[in-house]
Design a protein around this ligand. Structure first.
Ligand SMILES: N[C@@H](CCC(=O)N[C@@H](CS)C(=O)NCC(=O)O)C(=O)O
Length: 219
């Protein structure tokens, strides 16, 4: 029996990657909303749990883990009935982790570098180079997908959850052009067929896009 608490806010892509993993594993969990705009992630109580003051934060019976990628890996390793979502095979795992680091360092950062200045300082002017970072991310993702249904090949993994949570939110800043990125569009549609995907990801992504879609001006 698990005693899992996930701290988060559903507009956050990394939080949604963890929700997708929890739902795919069919794990019971408690969800505690953290209002970032009200500064709930900077309270003494939260900082004691996560000095980096980010969500998602996982509390598994006192074991504290933050960073969505680390959380998703931990959940599958600890609770997965199989290793399908996070294969133990060395090479498969290495390829999958490349996609996780890609999400953490390229795709998600292209989003965070635009939305943080807006949420905390109301900066709505976005330099073209920040949009170019999103284009780079889409271009790489399109190539990674190649002719495969999922980002690491034939099977669904946590790399899909992490990359898709971000990719489905980035249209807040730049729509995914179906002419240029047909594979990304098809992959997101494929993931949307998962029975838990709408609730765990798309509702939060839609909320995120609705908050941000008309606020940015490219300079
Ligand atoms: N690499 C981290 C990024 C987490 C992150 O930046 N979360 C944002 C919300 S989307 C956050 O907590 N921002 C508040 C802060 O950084 O103070 C992850 O994957 O969990």
């Amino acid at each position: 029996m698990s005693n899992i608490v996930l701290y988060g806010i559903d507009i956050s892509p990394p939080v949604r990657a963890c929700l997708l993993t929890l739902r795919a594993l069919d794990l019971p969990y408690e969800y505690k909303n953290v209002d970032l705009l009200a500064g709930e992630h900077k309270t003494e109580e939260f900082l004691k749990k996560n000095p980096q003051h980010t969500v998602p934060l996982l509390d598994d019976d006192g074991t504290l883990i933050w960073d969505s990628h680390a959380i998703c890996c931990y959940l599958v390793d600890k609770y997965g009935k199989s290793d399908e979502l996070y294969p133990k095979d060395l090479v498969k795992r290495a390829h999958l982790e490349q996609r996780l680091y890609f999400d953490a360092s390229v795709l998600f950062m292209s989003l965070r570098n635009i939305c943080v200045p807006y949420f905390y300082k109301q900066v709505s002017e976005v330099p073209q180079e920040k949009i170019d970072n999103i284009i780079d991310g889409y271009t790489h993702l399109e190539k990674f997908l190649g002719d495969n249904p999922y980002v690491t090949g034939d099977t669904l993994t946590i790399a899909d959850f992490c990359c898709a949570a971000t990719a489905s939110s980035l249209p807040a800043m730049l729509p995914i052009d179906p002419e240029k990125y047909p594979k990304i569009i098809a992959w997101l549609a494929r993931l949307s067929e998962l029975p838990y995907y709408q609730e765990a990801n798309n509702e939060g992504a839609e909320k995120y896009i609705n908050i941000l879609k008309d606020v940015f001006t490219i300079v």
